[in-house]
Design a protein around this ligand. Structure first.
Ligand SMILES: Nc1ncnc2c1ncn2[C@@H]1O[C@H](COP(=O)(O)OP(=O)(O)O)[C@@H](O)[C@H]1O
Ligand SMILES: O=C(CO)[C@@H](O)[C@H](O)COP(=O)(O)O
Length: 493
C-alpha cells in the first residue's frame, strides 16, 4: 500500500514520458510513447494534439501498471504535467483543436517574426528574448495572416502542456514558465504584454488566465479518469514548460549549468534577476518556482538531427551513437552543420540550413554518421559558449546532464570531450516529468518528494578532447561562412 504517489506527465516533442513517484521520491513506474513531428511542407513542424493524448493514455497506463505491480493498492494523490515549450495549439470554445499544433521547430512564421523588429524599444526590451518564428506570438500572427477562418473559429491559443491539462481537467489556463516563452509576455513585469498584442494586432481574448505553476488548476474529470484507468477527482497542478520543470527537479542554483538533450538541447543557468534587453543572444524565462528566472542557450537541432540522419541512412540508434566514437575525432574532415530547422543560439537565424561538407570518395556511411553525431555535439558547444559568455561570475567547472538524448555512453563521452567539462548525468528517463510530479505534490499540499535523482559518476573529458578542439574550430568556421553567404544573398536582393 502506498499513500499518495504522484504522477508526472512530460509532453516532449518526440514522445510523452510518464513517471509514478512514491511519496518518498522513489521511482515506482516509468514509461514513454512516441508520435511523429509532421513536416507537410518544408520548414513546417506540426503534431495533431490527438496524437499527444493517445500517447499520454498509453504511457500513463503503462507507468501505472508497472507501479501497481510493485505496489499493490497504489493511490495517486496528485498529477502534474509539463511539456515542450513555445508553439501554438488553437482550439475552439470546448478545447477541441481547430488545426494541428504548430511546434517550436516550425520556421514558417519568419515574415511575422520580422514584425517584432518594428516594436518600440521598451516594448521589445520587455520581451527580453531573441525573436524566433517558432514562438507562439509569430505563429499566431501567421495563422491570422494565412488562415483567418481558423482564427475566427478559435477561442483559445494554448501551449502544448496546457492543452493536455485541459484534457485532464477541463480547465483552460496557463502559467508563467510557459507563458514567458511565447514572445507575448513582459518578462520583468511577469504578465501578458498588452503592447505586443496591440502592435501585432493579435486578439488578446485568445490567451488564457495565468495561474501559478504549482496551483491546483482542477481535478481529473470522469472522462479522463476512465481513459487513464484512475479514479476521478485527483488534483492536477497547472504545470510548467519542460525546461523549467527539469530545473525544478534537479534544484539548479545560480552558478550551475544544466544541459538537457532531447529533440532540441537546452543549456540553462538560473538567475535571481530579470533585466529587459532589446537584443539578447540567449533566452530569459521564468522558472516554475514562486520566484526566479533562467538564462538559456537553445539548440533547435539535437535529437531532431540525429533522428533525421537515423531515418535517411536507415540506421538504428546504437549504430548512430557507436559512430560517434568509431573514427578519429573530426570524421576525416567531414563537417555536418545540423541546422535542419534553422537555429537559435548562437546563430539566431530561422533561415539557416544544414550542410554536409568535406566529403571524399574514401568516406563511407560510418563517416557520415560520425560527422552527424559530432555536428550535433558541436552545435551544443556553440550554444554553451554563448551562454557562458552571457553569465556573470566564474565559469562552472561541470555541467549537469539530462534528457532522453543522453542515454548512450558513447554520445555522453562525445559531449564531455567536445564541451571540455565533466558532465554529471541524472539517472531518470525524464527529469521534466519528475519536476511535473513535484508541482503536483505542492498543488495537493503533499510533501515534496525528494526524488531519487541519482547523479551518476561524472563523465570527464578524455584524450580525444584536444582533437575535438580543432574539429570544433572547423565547424564554427563552416557556420560563419554559411552565415556570411546568407547575409550577402539577402543584401543582394
Ligand atoms: N531507442 C533509443 N535509444 C537511444 N536514444 C534514443 C532512442 N530513442 C530516442 N533516442 C534519443 O532521445 C531523443 C529524444 O529524447 P526525449 O528526451 O524523449 O526528447 P523529447 O522530450 O524531445 O521528446 C531522440 O531525439 C534521440 O536522440
Ligand atoms: O525549445 C525549447 C526551449 O526553448 C524546449 O523546451 C522545447 O520545448 C523542446 O524540448 P524537447 O522536446 O526537446 O525536450
Amino acid at each position: 500500500m502506498s499513500d499518495n504517489a504522484l504522477l508526472g506527465i512530460d509532453l516532449g516533442t518526440s514522445g510523452v514520458k510518464a513517471v509514478v513517484l512514491a511519496g518518498n521520491g522513489g521511482f515506482l513506474g516509468e514509461a514513454d510513447a512516441g508520435y511523429p513531428v509532421l513536416t507537410q511542407q518544408p520548414g513546417w513542424a506540426e503534431t495533431p494534439p490527438a496524437d499527444w493524448w493517445a500517447a499520454t493514455v498509453l504511457a500513463v497506463r503503462q507507468a501505472l501498471s508497472q507501479a501497481r505491480a510493485g505496489t499493490p493498492g497504489l493511490r495517486i494523490g496528485a498529477i502534474g504535467v509539463d511539456g515542450q515549450m513555445h508553439g501554438l495549439v488553437l482550439t475552439d470554445q470546448a478545447g477541441e483543436p481547430v488545426r494541428p499544433a504548430l511546434l517550436w521547430a516550425d520556421q514558417r512564421a519568419q515574415p511575422q517574426a520580422r514584425r517584432y523588429a518594428a516594436l518600440p524599444g521598451p516594448t521589445r526590451a520587455a520581451l527580453a528574448n531573441p525573436i524566433s518564428p517558432g514562438m507562439t506570438g509569430p505563429l499566431l500572427r501567421w495563422v491570422a495572416d494565412h488562415e483567418p477562418d481558423q482564427l475566427t473559429r478559435a477561442r483559445w491559443a494554448l501551449l502544448p502542456k496546457d492543452w493536455i491539462r485541459h484534457r485532464l481537467t477541463g480547465v483552460l489556463a496557463t502559467e508563467p514558465s510557459d507563458a514567458s516563452a511565447t514572445l507575448l509576455w513582459d518578462v520583468p513585469a511577469n504578465t501578458w504584454s498588452a503592447d505586443v498584442l496591440a502592435a501585432l494586432d493579435l486578439p488578446a481574448h485568445l490567451l488564457p488566465e495565468v495561474l501559478d505553476s504549482a496551483a491546483a488548476a482542477g481535478t481529473l474529470t470522469p472522462a479522463a479518469a476512465d481513459e487513464l484507468g484512475l479514479p476521478h477527482g485527483i488534483p492536477v497542478a497547472t504545470g510548467a514548460g519542460d525546461t523549467p520543470a527539469a530545473l525544478l527537479a534537479t534544484g539548479l542554483t545560480p552558478g550551475e549549468v544544466q544541459l538537457t538533450v532531447g529533440s532540441g538541447a537546452q543549456l540553462v543557468a538560473a538567475t535571481d534577476t530579470a533585466t529587459g534587453h532589446a537584443d539578447p543572444v540567449v533566452h530569459l524565462y521564468r522558472t516554475a518556482a514562486s520566484h526566479g528566472w533562467y538564462q538559456m542557450g537553445a539548440v533547435q537541432n539535437a535529437g531532431l538531427a540525429l533522428d533525421w540522419a537515423r531515418r535517411v541512412l536507415n540506421a538504428d540508434w546504437p549504430e548512430v551513437y557507436a559512430a560517434s566514437a568509431a573514427g578519429e575525432p573530426g570524421a576525416g574532415g567531414v563537417v555536418f552543420v545540423p541546422h535542419l530547422t534553422g537555429e537559435r543560439t548562437p546563430v539566431l537565424d530561422a533561415s539557416a540550413t544544414a550542410s554536409l561538407t568535406g566529403l571524399r570518395l574514401s568516406h563511407d556511411r560510418a563517416t557520415v554518421l560520425q560527422a552527424v553525431a559530432e555536428g550535433v555535439a558541436f552545435a551544443i558547444r556553440h550554444a554553451a559558449d554563448a551562454l557562458l559568455a552571457a553569465l556573470p561570475g566564474p565559469t562552472p567547472t561541470s555541467f549537469r546532464l539530462a534528457g532522453g538524448g543522453t542515454r548512450d555512453p558513447h554520445f555522453r563521452q562525445l559531449l564531455a570531450d567536445v564541451l571540455g567539462v565533466p558532465l554529471e548525468p541524472i539517472r531518470a528517463r525524464s527529469a521534466s516529468a519528475v519536476g511535473a510530479a513535484t508541482l503536483a505534490a505542492t498543488a495537493a499540499n503533499l510533501p515534496t518528494p525528494q526524488a531519487q535523482l541519482v547523479r551518476e559518476a561524472p563523465i570527464t573529458p578524455g584524450a580525444r578532447s584536444e582533437h575535438y578542439r580543432t574539429a570544433f574550430t572547423r565547424y564554427a568556421e563552416a557556420v560563419h561562412q554559411q552565415t556570411s553567404a546568407r547575409e550577402q544573398r539577402t543584401a543582394a536582393h
